[in-house]
Design a protein. Structure first.
Length: 95
């Protein structure tokens, strides 16, 4: 999903040295053998200060987490092997 960068959150263009409205999008193209997921625990205000703790519940599968729909290089290949895109939960660090 694209994120719109505008207002106080504009992107800085180093070429023209001005802040500009822009869109930011992150795509996955390949997956590593071991995937580490880091979840943000805190919400931040517009100035980068901690606003509040994020207490949203997270649901995820413990086995066979299939990421094929999110990987650009695999999403168009219906016959892509699951071993390239499936993960099992190994550990959780809750601190």
């Amino acid at each position: 999903q694209e994120e719109r960068l505008d207002g106080d959150n504009q992107w800085y263009c180093s070429h023209c040295q001005q802040h500009r409205d822009a869109k930011k999008k992150i795509d996955l193209w390949i997956l590593p053998p071991i995937l580490i997921v880091h979840l943000k625990r805190f919400r931040f205000d517009d100035f980068g200060r901690v606003g509040s703790k994020n207490t949203a519940a997270i649901r995820y599968p413990l086995q066979d987490w299939d990421l094929r729909p999110y990987v650009k290089s695999l999403s168009s290949r219906t016959n892509a092997p699951q071993s390239l895109s499936n993960y099992d939960l190994y550990a959780v660090s809750n601190h």
